[in-house]
Design a protein. Structure first.
Length: 703
């Protein structure tokens, strides 16, 4: 609460309530994934982080904090599916706290009150704030919502005040993480020698002939692989065969399909609702009350795609008209009513490449500008814009080719917005645009659009009725009751004509069984309650009932022979095949002789423009060892030794090599290396710190 009075003293104040978005960034975890409710366990320890034991109570407290934020932001209690994500967020938040706090303290990283104020009302308003607080009528960021919230905060109840206190912490934590990531990612530097090497690898060209002998020229029947050889191979390559706790399951699926009677009933219901929607005077209220879909009433801003089930069925969409019902790809029936169609705030689309200059002196800015101008000339000369953006862009849009999506003029700083909205046609803007963030190369991809729609939608799911579900459940329950062991499980499935499926190597934290999603309860049963050979009760998944059999269970460590047999057999067999192939071509001095030994099963090809930067050999596939050997040859006419790759044996002859020309400036190659390293920095930092913290996760025993 310390900032409230300070912020209220500022004009144009704005504070956002966007905890969920910030948690996404902080923990980097997935969202809205399925799982079940909280369950206790026999032990109070749910894991270890950096040598510190994490108790069940501490973890549950973090879950409650995350759940509280969710409820405040959405106004509802999370579903069972959403609770899984909340638990994941809470666990990752604990890792961040335990691992990163020490790093922040040692580096002296802090967030001042002034900086926090700037994040929510200054020049650098956080993106999540703009996205979450939107006026539904205009589709634009609405400061008045912030003002109203804060003005009422000091007289609000304790829950809302506690919620805001949590937001202050989340704002600060998110910015600390950004600072920490930026500190390391912007320290990436590539030397001139590294730039020169990349230039050499990309531009040194070899003309080679190569013969490829695939492993299948030796029939599998001619190569015997013993269990002792497999064990030796596994022990020699333990790093390839590391596994976590795992289980093998057999299971039978009882699909929940709608009957003919169910379908007839849904069609009648949607037709009745369609007629009522057509004459309704309050489209949004009627749709919200009667739909089973996620978007009963929505404003589609200029540039946003209308629902495919509407556009694929209607050519000329008019205000006031009702369209449908249509069947969708999700097996639902849907009806649309276009409540309004009008010209709203113009929005257009563009891509950019940012060359950042914040914090740089004038001399350094001049160097950045020169680099940007060189890249602009390359694009004007034919370099693909998206490729250049991916290689040189210095913000988050680089990973998507510089695409900024659709935006209104007020969404960007004046200089950038003016340049884009002054464009009379799509295409490259043939000059640099300078803003407070740096120099931009801009490509206009869509001219302004104004057409805005307000659409009400009623959607009904075509699913099984209660009577249909009960009938299918009785069949599943009968099968489970009559199958008390593995032998009966298989025999009863065969008698009833049920297909027995297998799920092998299921991890303790898995949520799916092959294509059966939301199967967390089955996995928990396998690891906590079941013994090998035990048959489960009936589990209800999204659209199926499942009865499972625990066929096997394995501990963390090096895979057993049975776990690794398939993979190890292929590797050992291929090693033996490679030895046989190499023996057959011994003494042959030309590629033609080598190919003749295997006839049409072998291929002889020429690659006139091979570079060291590639790892793919044309006509062969992934072959990094062969390419490295080729560029190790010194003279035209030299032939490599036989090289065994994953797909077969390769022998190559160097015809000619054209060295890369020397260039005066390797800075673009240096920048490319540094940029690529920088983009990976955040993820690699998190993985490295987690590894050093030796995180141990036992939550599967509880959840």
């Amino acid at each position: 609460m310390a900032l409230i009075k300070k912020i209220r003293q500022r004009t144009g104040l704005a504070i956002g309530v966007i905890a969920v978005g910030l948690i996404f960034f902080l923990v980097g975890g997935d969202i809205l994934s399925p799982n079940s409710t909280l369950l206790g366990g026999s032990s109070n320890k749910v894991g270890e982080i950096a040598g510190e034991s994490i108790s069940y109570e501490e973890y549950v407290q973090k879950i409650e904090e995350t759940k509280f934020s969710f409820q405040q932001n959405t106004g509802r209690t999370p579903s069972e599916a959403e609770m899984y994500s909340i638990r994941e967020q809470a666990w990752q938040a604990l890792i961040v706290e335990k691992v990163f706090k020490k790093q922040y303290d040692e580096l002296g990283l802090v967030i001042s009150d002034e900086e926090l104020v700037d994040m929510v009302q200054g020049e650098n308003i956080i993106p999540e704030l703009r996205q979450q607080l939107v006026n539904p009528a205009t589709g634009e960021f609405d400061r008045s919502q912030l003002i109203a919230f804060l003005q009422n905060l000091e007289t609000a109840g304790p829950e809302q005040r506690a919620f805001w206190a949590q937001q202050e912490k989340l704002f600060a934590d998110a910015r600390l993480r950004i600072k920490y990531d930026n500190l390391l990612s912007t320290s990436e530097y590539a030397t001139k020698a590294e730039g020169k090497l990349q230039h050499k690898m990309a531009n040194t060209i070899a003309d080679v002939d190569h013969v490829f002998i695939p492993f299948y020229v030796i029939p599998d029947a001619e190569v015997e692989v013993s269990d002792s050889e497999l064990k030796t191979y596994i022990n020699k390559h333990k790093d390839k065969f590391q596994v976590s706790d795992a289980a093998d399951l057999d299971y039978v699926v009882f699909n929940l399909y709608a009957s003919g009677e169910d379908s007839t009933a849904v069609i009648a219901d949607i037709q009745k609702l369609t007629d009522e929607l057509r004459t309704s005077e309050s489209d949004s209220v009627f749709a919200i009350r009667n739909t089973e879909g996620a978007n009963p009433f929505r404003t589609y801003l200029p540039g946003e795609a209308l629902p495919e089930s509407l556009t694929s069925n209607v050519d000329d969409i008019q205000a006031g008209e009702t369209y449908g019902p249509f069947i969708t790809s999700r097996s639902t029936y849907i009806t649309y009513k276009v409540t309004d169609k009008y010209d709203g705030t113009p929005r257009m689309r563009a891509s950019h490449i940012l060359f950042g200059t914040q914090g740089l002196e004038e001399d350094a800015k001049a160097e950045v500008k020169a680099q940007a101008e060189n890249i602009l000339k390359e694009i004007q000369g034919g370099l693909n814009f998206a490729t250049a953006a991916t290689q040189y862009g210095q913000d988050g849009t680089a990973q998507r080719g510089g695409d900024l999506g659709w935006f209104a003029k007020d969404d960007f700083v004046t200089e950038f917005a003016d340049a884009v909205y002054d464009a009379k046609s799509t295409g490259l803007i043939n000059k640099l645009v300078e803003t407070e963030y740096g120099f931009h190369i801009i490509n206009v991809t869509e001219l302004p659009k104004r057409e805005t729609f307000k659409i009400a939608a009623i959607e009904l799911e075509l699913g099984p009725s209660d009577a249909t579900r009960n009938d299918i459940f009785r069949k599943a329950d009968s099968f489970a009751a009559q199958s008390s062991n593995a032998k009966e499980f298989q025999a009863n499935a065969q008698t009833e004509g049920y297909r027995v499926l297998q799920a092998n190597g299921i991890g303790a934290f898995s949520r799916n069984l092959n294509n059966q999603t939301n199967a967390r309860e089955i996995v928990r049963w396998a690891f906590n309650d079941a013994s090998v050979g035990k048959v489960s009760q009936v589990f209800e998944l999204d659209n199926t009932y499942v009865v499972a059999l625990l066929r096997g269970k394995y501990d963390e460590g090096t895979a057993s022979l049975e776990q690794a047999r398939a993979q190890a057999t292929v590797q050992v067999r291929n090693e033996k095949k490679a030895a046989k192939i190499i023996e057959k071509i011994k003494g042959k001095t030309s590629l033609e002789e080598i190919k003749a030994e295997f006839g049409d099963d072998a291929s002889l090809d020429n690659s006139p423009d091979l570079t060291l930067a590639t790892s793919v050999l044309p006509g062969v596939g992934f072959a990094p060892k062969a390419i490295g050997a080729i560029f190790g040859l010194k003279n035209a006419g030299d032939i490599t030794k036989p090289i065994s790759e994953d797909v077969g044996v390769i022998v190559a002859k160097l015809n000619a090599i054209t060295p890369a020309n020397e260039v005066a400036d390797y800075s673009s190659y240096q920048a490319s290396i540094a940029q690529n390293n920088s983009q990976r920095a955040s993820y690699m930092i998190m993985m490295a710190l987690e590894d050093l913290a030796k995180v141990k996760d036992y939550r599967y025993k509880f959840f």
